[in-house]
Design a protein around this ligand. Structure first.
Ligand SMILES: [Fe+2]
Ligand SMILES: [Fe+2]
Length: 237
């Protein structure tokens, strides 16, 4: 199964035609397209409308997760239902099978990495922040528990590892992802991971358990590779 993956489209209402420019060749090169969040710039209905219209030419299944920008206008539920109506499978701690490969997806959240992870301690605001990160990891875990395919691919917006953030200022790392997600991915033997969000990060890294992780933020891919999206192949289940 050939997987095309891209994130951080940041659609505005002026973006008509953008998808076909950055995703040239997806129909020919891939069997499935993953969108790793920040699909819209401000989380507005008119932005997602343009994106859905632009994606009509894609003939392979499209699986997507939302990003923080898609939350900006507090209407993410509306955006998700519009995408679903438009034929996009939005993964919200849910899974989907294509060609015998299981795909799980979620937005993920912040929280930091390894020993520098922010702890659940002190003010209620800080506890809620970390709690959100723990909840996302738990929901991802539950989704993976339900997945019966031998090949598993995970897509998220925030990063599960530190390595693919290198290039961003380290001060920002705790806000770009959390290793709580990587612990879950390693425990469940996921084969391949895609994330976005870190526009100035690095294209590839690995979890402690050796799972390849691709930062498919289109800015990163355009800076390091010949095209805005990544193509990876995985054996059918
Ligand atoms: Fe972004
Ligand atoms: Fe983002």
């Amino acid at each position: 199964v050939r997987i095309a993956a891209i994130g951080d489209l940041h659609y505005t209402k002026e973006s008509h035609g953008f998808a076909s420019r950055v995703m040239q060749g997806v129909n020919e090169n891939a069997d499935v397209l993953l969108l790793a969040g920040d699909l819209t710039n401000m989380g507005r209905v008119e932005e997602v409308e343009v994106m859905i219209q632009d994606l009509q030419y894609i003939r392979v299944p499209i699986l997507a997760v939302v990003g923080n920008h898609d939350h900006q206008s507090d209407q993410v539920e509306m955006l998700i239902s519009m995408m679903r109506q438009g034929g996009i499978c939005v993964l919200d701690c849910s899974s989907c099978e294509v060609g015998g490969v299981g795909f799980v997806g979620t937005k993920g959240f912040c929280g930091g990495f390894g020993r520098a992870q922010v702890a659940v301690f002190g003010e209620q605001a800080l506890k809620s922040f970390v709690q959100e990160s723990i909840m996302e990891a738990m929901r991802l875990e539950k989704t993976l528990q339900g997945l019966k395919t031998s090949q598993k691919v995970a897509v998220m917006h925030y990063s599960p590892i530190r390595e693919t953030l290198v290039g961003e200022t380290p001060d920002l790392f705790p806000f770009l992802g959390t290793s709580r997600l990587a612990e879950v991915l390693d425990r469940h033997g996921v084969n391949l991971v895609f994330h976005a969000h870190a526009h100035h990060g690095s294209p590839q890294g690995w979890t402690k358990g050796g799972i390849p992780v691709h930062n498919v933020a289109r800015f990163v891919q355009m800076a390091h590779r010949e095209r805005a999206y990544v193509i990876e192949e995985i054996p059918s289940g």
